[in-house]
Every structure is written in structure tokens, then in C-alpha cells.
Design a protein around this ligand. Structure first.
Ligand SMILES: [Mn+2]
Length: 371
């Protein structure tokens, strides 16, 4: 019963340009995450580590980074199987053509024309097609079929599940029908950065997600890897948290925070020395608290690893509405007068809502993007 550690999209060498000085630290952290993955494999006594594409962020990465990855794998004593992905594809300049990858006993890399590797002691064949470019219309499962000589068959594939409107046709598409018809026990997917189950028919198939989050867009709470156990009763998939940094994107309505302490109080539960915060303020600000990007960044810097603040969608509330500035013949003028009448006629408890609606509508009519 083979036990596998499934990872992908580690993106060693990613520049993190948007993080400025802190980018260097996160780049170094990715190396540590890679080492931690291999330690996890040893601790969990897995038989084989699968890296389903994008181990490296690019084919041109610093030589010392390649040395590091190769040395870590060689020291790991667990077999490691690498599939070139889209960022580290197998083109003429591929990082995997380097001599450093040769002669490492426990390492197998899918290269041109090679589509499977037999691990006889595990009764397992690993299948895969190395991506040869950054984009392609071809499925990474094309031409792959089970090896009847081994009890178990697993494929690695780096590409996008073919979903209309969600995936580009030239992003190495894999269809759910292909997964169902693959004859594989498990398909180890890479390319999408959040763990997701795409099992179909008798075949289990998962994206494992990045072991360390790389952007604010990723909805996964923390990076992770998958432990995959295959036996006669089926395939079981468990996740293990490997990420140490958390990237949090927070949107807040400026009208709901009256002062700096209130804003800091709301963010306090997220604070941490390894938390990256992207704070986006929206809506209408009262005159007594006008959020300022530099000031907020400064205030939050101590509580977070990195802070980005965006106040472009905040609009200042107009406290003294000058009706003559909005003639009745204009849309804004008509709107203003109707809303003022409604606010006036509304019962006490609802008046504030009308007044706020008036301010929001007015800002929108003036072309402000406040939502
Ligand atoms: Mn990719």
C-alpha cells in the first residue's frame, strides 16, 4: 500500500516584487518550506514524493537555488519524482537540462519522450508528460494509459481543469471525462494554487495547492500538501498544513469605523509576525476620520509582517450639501431632492439610512468608485 506526498507549485525563486524589502524574506521562507516538505515526507514515512510541476518559479533561477534544491532532494532519502510544469517547463532553456540534476539516485524527472516510471517495490507506476512550453492546447494526460504490470497507477498532470469560462483553452486543459477514463488510481494535479477535489469515476484527482501561499488572491487559509494512501479499499487523501505565512485581504467600509482605534481593533484578531495584510477601505468617510494610506501603514506595521493599504475607493461624505451646486435639471439634482424628501418623511429610526443612501448615490453619480 503506497503512501505518497503530493505537492506542486512551490515556485522556488519567485521574486515577490510587490513586497519590497520583505520579498527577500519570503523568498528565503520558500526554501524553508521546501525543506519542511521533505521532512514531512520522512516523518510521515511516505514511499514517494510527487512534485506535480512548478517546483521553480522560472527556468532561469540563481545557481545557488538549484544547488539548494538538488542537495535537499539528495539528502532526503525518499524517492522524489518531478514533473516539469509551466513556469519550469521542459523547453530548450529548461532548468532541468542542467548537469546538477544528473546522478541523483532518489530523483526521477520526466523528460522528453518519457511518460512513465515504474517503482516495482511499491507495485506502482507513475505516469506524466512534461510540459514543453508555458502554454499549450494539449492535455497533460494525452496518451497516458495504465501499466498492467503494476498493481497501482498514478499520473501527474500540470494544467487546468477544462471548465468553460474558468480556464483558458491553451492552459494545458484536462477534462473531467479524461480523468474518469484515465484508468489511474490517482491523478496528482498541479497548476491551480488552492487544493481542490476533481475526482471522477473510479479515479481520485486532486490539486494539492501551494505549500506556501504566494499572493493575496489565494483563498486557501494556509499552504498545504496532500498525503495520499492507496490500498485495496481505495485511495485516501488527507491534507497537512505546511504554510507558515498567511496572506489576508480585508475589505472594510470606512463608514463603519469612526476612528483609528476602532479600525485597529477590528484588525487586531488578524495580527501576527507572519501575516501579510492587504487592507482595502471603501465607502463614505466621515469628516472626523479620513483614512490615510501612509498613516495606516505606519500604524499597522508593527503588528504585521507586511501591510498594504488601498483607500482609492473611499469618498468623503458631504456634510454641508449645497443644493445650488446640483441644479434640479440634472440627474444628481433630482436624486438629491427626492432623497431629501424621503429622508424628511421617514420615521426617526430610518432617517439615517436615507441620508447614507443619498451620500452613496451622490458619490456614484459623480463617478466615484466607492463600492
Ligand atoms: Mn503552473
Amino acid at each position: 500500500m503506497p503512501k505518497l506526498l503530493h505537492t506542486a507549485d512551490i515556485h522556488l525563486g519567485a521574486p515577490f516584487k510587490n513586497l519590497g524589502e520583505k520579498g527577500k524574506e519570503v523568498r528565503r521562507a520558500l526554501r524553508e518550506t521546501f525543506s519542511a516538505l521533505l521532512r514531512l515526507a520522512a516523518d510521515e514515512r511516505v514511499d514517494l514524493v510527487l512534485i506535480a510541476g512548478d517546483l521553480f518559479d522560472a527556468n532561469r533561477v540563481p545557481a545557488d537555488l538549484v544547488d539548494f534544491a538538488v542537495a535537499e532532494i539528495a539528502a532526503a532519502r525518499v524517492p522524489v519524482c518531478i514533473l516539469p510544469g509551466t513556469h519550469d517547463c521542459l523547453d530548450t532553456s529548461s532548468v532541468y537540462h542542467g548537469a546538477k540534476f544528473g546522478g541523483i539516485e532518489n530523483l526521477f524527472i520526466f523528460t522528453e519522450g518519457v511518460t512513465h516510471k515504474v517503482y516495482a517495490d511499491l507495485g506502482l507506476t507513475i505516469h506524466g508528460r512534461a510540459n514543453s512550453a508555458n502554454k499549450s492546447l494539449q492535455s497533460p494526460l494525452a496518451g497516458i494509459s495504465p501499466n498492467a504490470d503494476t498493481r497501482w497507477n498514478v499520473a501527474m498532470a500540470h494544467g487546468s481543469i477544462r471548465i468553460e469560462s474558468k480556464s483558458a483553452p491553451d492552459d494545458y486543459p484536462v477534462s473531467l471525462e479524461e480523468i474518469a477514463a484515465s484508468g489511474m488510481d490517482y491523478v496528482a494535479l498541479g497548476h491551480w494554487h488552492v487544493a481542490q477535489d476533481f475526482s471522477r469515476g473510479k479515479t481520485k484527482a486532486w490539486y494539492c495547492g501551494t505549500p506556501e501561499n504566494l499572493t493575496f488572491d489565494e483563498r486557501s487559509p494556509a499552504g498545504q500538501a496532500l498525503l495520499v494512501t492507496i490500498d485495496d479499499t481505495g485511495v485516501s487523501v488527507e491534507s497537512r498544513e505546511t504554510g507558515r505565512y498567511s496572506w489576508r485581504e480585508v475589505s472594510m467600509d470606512a463608514a463603519e469605523v469612526n476612528d483609528e482605534p476602532a479600525l485597529l481593533g477590528k484588525l487586531k484578531p488578524l495580527a501576527g509576525s507572519r501575516t501579510l495584510l492587504k487592507l482595502r477601505l471603501t465607502g463614505l468617510a466621515h469628516l472626523d476620520f479620513i483614512p490615510n494610506e501612509d498613516r495606516l501603514r505606519e500604524l499597522l506595521a508593527e503588528q504585521f509582517f507586511h501591510v498594504a493599504v488601498d483607500t482609492r475607493a473611499v469618498h468623503l461624505m458631504e456634510t454641508e450639501l449645497n443644493l445650488s451646486a446640483y441644479p434640479e435639471s440634472t440627474v444628481a439634482g433630482r436624486f438629491l431632492r427626492i432623497m431629501q424628501e424621503k429622508a424628511h418623511a421617514a420615521p426617526e429610526g430610518e432617517r439615517r439610512e436615507y441620508e447614507e443612501a443619498l451620500q452613496v448615490g451622490l458619490a456614484l453619480l459623480k463617478g466615484k468608485n466607492i463600492l
